[in-house]
Design a protein around this ligand. Structure first.
Ligand code: SF4
Length: 206
């Protein structure tokens, strides 16, 4: 086993120790970047577009990110399975339409409040892996989490970030097609899950 393979294996174990459900080292070639992912941040309009420092348009474009990605060799995909609370489950039961959920401000605030700990945990795992990678000499290690940054109650985009060592953009914010990437990596993601959602993050290591 080469030095980097050993490091990736140990970093995978660290991810689980920090709280991840699983972590898998993958070649960078499985990561799919598609401009349309960032288009979907705009339409239908995401409430965090331009209102969270870790979201577009503050993040690199997919075209820029593709150039950065080409310079990396190693990556670690990290997943966190999160059981849905009874409150959230009761709201998505039956034949409720996505549009109804999307327009339901109450649902959005419940989702954000109850899901926030899980999003924070993913940030914690991703920044922990990034930090340990850096400590082992991978000076360009950089991590990506999921969703908008959950670390502050409100993100003030006009002020410096309050948690620069932990705040990280989502994979989608960089234009990564998470579903295609997971398919190519041999990992799953279940759409329309009613009991558990899986959050996915990524650390590029070099
Ligand atoms: S840590 Fe706070 S200020 Fe920084 S991006 Fe996240 S929400 Fe915004």
């Amino acid at each position: 086993m080469s030095g980097v393979e050993k490091d990736l294996e140990e970093l995978s174990k660290l991810a689980v120790t920090l709280g991840a459900s699983r972590a898998k080292p993958v070649p960078v070639g499985v990561i799919v970047v598609d401009e349309r992912v960032q288009l979907k941040c705009r339409y239908p309009p995401c409430p965090f577009y331009g209102r969270n420092r870790m979201c577009p348009p503050f993040t690199p474009t997919a075209e820029e990110f593709r150039k950065y990605l080409a310079m990396y060799r190693h990556a670690l995909i990290v997943q966190l399975d999160v059981p849905l609370t009874e409150d959230i489950k009761s709201r998505i039961r039956g034949d409720v339409k996505l549009e109804e959920l999307f327009l339901d401000g109450d649902f959005s605030s419940v989702l954000r409040r109850e899901g926030r700990q899980a999003w924070k945990l993913l940030n914690h795992v991703i920044s922990g892996i990034e930090r340990e990678s850096f400590r082992r000499g991978y000076r360009f290690a950089v991590g990506f989490a999921a969703g908008s940054c959950p670390l502050c109650d409100e993100c003030d985009v006009s002020a410096p970030c309050k948690h620069p060592l932990e705040a990280r953009p989502s994979m989608e914010a960089m234009g990564i097609d998470v579903q295609r990437t997971l398919e190519k990596a041999g990992l799953g993601i279940e759409w329309g899950a009613r009991d558990t959602v899986t959050l996915t993050g990524l650390v590029l290591i070099d």
